[in-house]
Ligand binder design. Structure first.
Ligand code: FMN
Length: 369
């Protein structure tokens, strides 16, 4: 069964569609009535998936036109399920016929073929394609509008690509102002240029690189999260691991915390302007599965694009023989730039769900209309 396509308890997102099927879309159930929502709100977010420089993120360039099929009336959500989709147009299914029996190393082809047999939609990776993440971005657009009512701001950006690390910690202003000025979605313009070069270098060799996306959510109130098993960090980590190609997730100091002493890792509290704040944020804004009031700071490690034109060993399953594969379809040499708005959306979806679970949002919306 290709089950488990929904996530969330109050803000419930169900994702549908395949890479080379008719459409990719999402149904949001549980969004409260009264949220202003237009197609252009979602379109704006979706457009951010395609960086302007085709040599950095070339490949498939869908002109995605968002359609809201249900759940809004007169420009506001009604409380009914919201169905949003984009139609797949830039599709060349024959491109993938050759690779049908030769699973791409690093992609989901082999386990999917074994699990679903001849029913597996292998075209372009089917349900396992990065294309599916358009649904995350559509849902994320709605989630971010909800979160905006509380002044909660979720921002993702690349901090590492092809072993080029961002040179300094970006300020919120730099993140807001610069991230989408660069094709690699890195707020430090000089680091961004080096990252672009790293991608172009590897692309010339028919290979690919990975990287790290950081996401910061500001103004999340203290106490959001439902321990034990719906802890805020656990739910964020889960949705991030649901994004294809994510191989690691860490909060705050992350794995580095394992190397620190308690005296260095603890975030000391002080009073500033009559409010309790922490001097550092090694916890990444989550303590005991609850938001701490500090920014939620999370990073996702993205692996290099599996489909590469460089020859690799694989097997021909129809003949049960070893062979070589060169993946010639339209693939990006680095997933990170496209993954940036996806990671941002994924975090926003979980935060919207938890804000609704905290019971605050409906009251705000009732007061609004
Ligand atoms: C935004 C995005 C775009 C992607 N584009 C590609 C691509 O062009 N080619 C490819 O082989 N994999 C691509 N992937 C990654 C695969 O979908 C993913 O590696 C595969 O489904 C296996 O899943 P796993 O890496 O999570 O194990 C993309 C992932 C994301 C998030």
């Amino acid at each position: 069964m290709l089950g488990a396509n929904s996530i969330g308890k109050e803000f419930v997102m169900t994702c549908f569609g395949e890479s080379h099927g008719k459409c990719v879309g999402v149904i949001i159930d549980g969004c409260p009535p009264g949220l202003p929502l237009h197609e252009k709100d979602i379109q704006k977010e979706l457009d951010r998936r395609i960086p302007p420089q085709p040599e950095i993120v070339s490949a498939r360039r869908e002109k995605d036109i968002v359609g809201i099929l249900s759940g809004t009336f007169n420009g506001y959500t009604t409380g009914a399920p919201i169905c949003v989709l984009v139609w797949n147009k830039d599709v060349i299914p024959d491109e993938y016929e050759l690779a049908k029996d030769t699973p791409r190393p690093g992609h989901a082809d082999y386990p999917a073929r074994i699990k679903y047999g001849s029913f597996n939609d292998y075209r372009g990776g089917g349900r396992f394609s990065g294309r599916i993440t358009a649904a995350f971005v559509m849902a994320g657009a709605i989630a971010k509008k909800l979160l905006g009512l509380f002044g909660i701001d979720v921002l993702a950006y690349a901090i590492e690509i092809g072993n080029v690390k961002i040179r300094k910690k970006p300020t919120l202003e730099e993140i807001r102002g610069n991230t989408y000025k660069t094709s690699v979605r890195c707020p430090d313009l000089e680091s961004a240029r080096e990252m672009e070069e790293a991608i172009l270098r590897v692309k010339r060799e028919g290979d690919s690189v990975g990287g790290v996306v950081e996401c910061v959510a500001s103004n999340v109130p203290v106490g959001v999260g439902e321990p034990l098993f719906d802890s805020l960090d656990a739910d964020i980590a889960k949705v991030l691991f649901d994004v294809p190609a994510v191989k690691g997730v860490e909060f705050g100091a992350g794995f580095e915390a394992a190397r620190l002493r308690g005296s260095k890792n603890n975030d000391p509290y002080v009073i500033r302007n009559g409010k309790v704040v922490a001097l550092t944020n090694n916890a990444g804004g989550v303590l005991g599965g609850l938001s701490s009031g500090m920014p939620i700071l999370v990073r996702a490690a993205i692996k290099p694009t599996p489909s590469i034109s460089k020859g690799q060993r694989t097997v021909d399953l129809s003949k049960m023989k070893e062979t070589l594969i060169k993946v010639m379809g339209r693939h990006d040499s680095c997933i990170v730039p496209k993954a940036v708005p996806v990671i941002e959306s994924a975090v926003a979806i979980v935060l919207a769900d938890h804000m609704l679970r905290s019971g605050i949002i409906p009251k705000v919306l009732r007061g609004q209309k």
